[in-house]
Write a protein that binds this ligand. Structure first.
Ligand code: ZN
Length: 164
C-alpha cells in the first residue's frame, strides 16, 4: 500500500493550474491507485492530484457511495446555491462555510479513458467543485466570503466532518 504525502498550505504546487491528461499511461494508473489508498487512509471524501504533488487534472471523490475518478473534468451545467462547512486535507484543522452550486453536471474521462457525464447534488456536488478548484490552484479558503467564519479545530475533534 502506498500512502502519498499530502501537501499543505504554503506549497506552491497547490496554487498552480494543473495540466490536462492526454493519455492514461501506466504512471497515471499508478497515481490513481495510490491516490485511492491515500484518500481512504486519510480519511477523506475527495482528493485532487495537485494535493499529492502532481499538477495534472485528476480528481477522486468518495462521499460514501463508491469511488468516482474523473480525469480532465469540466462543469457543463450548474444551478442553485448551497452552503456547506468545508475542510481540506491540505488545510489540516481549518473549516469554513463555502457557497457552491447546488446541482451540477460534469463531463470528463473515467479511469479507463471513457467519456462520462455525472450529475451531482448535495455533498457530492460540493466535493466535486472543491476538488476541481484544486486543479486551478484555488483553495476553499480563497472562496470564503467572510474571513471571520474560518475556524480552527484539530482533526481529532472534528473528525465527524468530512475532509475534502
Ligand atoms: Zn481540498
Amino acid at each position: 500500500m502506498t500512502k502519498l504525502k499530502i501537501l499543505t498550505l504554503g506549497n506552491p504546487i497547490l496554487k498552480k493550474k494543473s495540466k490536462a491528461i492526454k493519455k492514461i499511461t501506466p504512471d497515471i494508473k499508478k497515481l490513481i491507485k495510490d491516490m485511492t489508498e491515500t484518500l481512504h487512509a486519510a480519511p477523506g471524501v475527495g482528493l485532487a492530484a495537485p494535493q499529492v504533488g502532481q499538477s495534472v487534472r485528476l480528481i477522486l471523490v468518495d462521499v460514501g457511495e463508491g469511488l468516482t475518478v474523473l480525469i480532465n473534468p469540466k462543469l457543463t451545467k450548474k444551478s442553485g446555491k448551497q452552503e456547506m462547512i468545508e475542510g481540506c486535507l491540505s488545510l489540516p484543522g481549518l473549516r469554513a462555510p463555502i457557497e457552491r452550486y447546488a446541482h451540477i453536471f460534469v463531463e470528463g474521462l473515467n479511469r479507463s479513458g471513457e467519456k462520462v457525464k455525472i450529475e451531482a447534488h448535495g455533498l457530492f456536488s460540493t466535493v466535486i467543485q472543491h476538488e476541481m478548484d484544486h486543479l486551478d490552484g484555488i483553495l476553499c479558503i480563497d472562496r470564503v466570503k467572510d474571513p471571520s467564519t474560518i475556524i480552527f479545530e484539530p482533526f481529532e475533534i472534528s473528525s465527524k466532518e468530512p475532509n475534502l
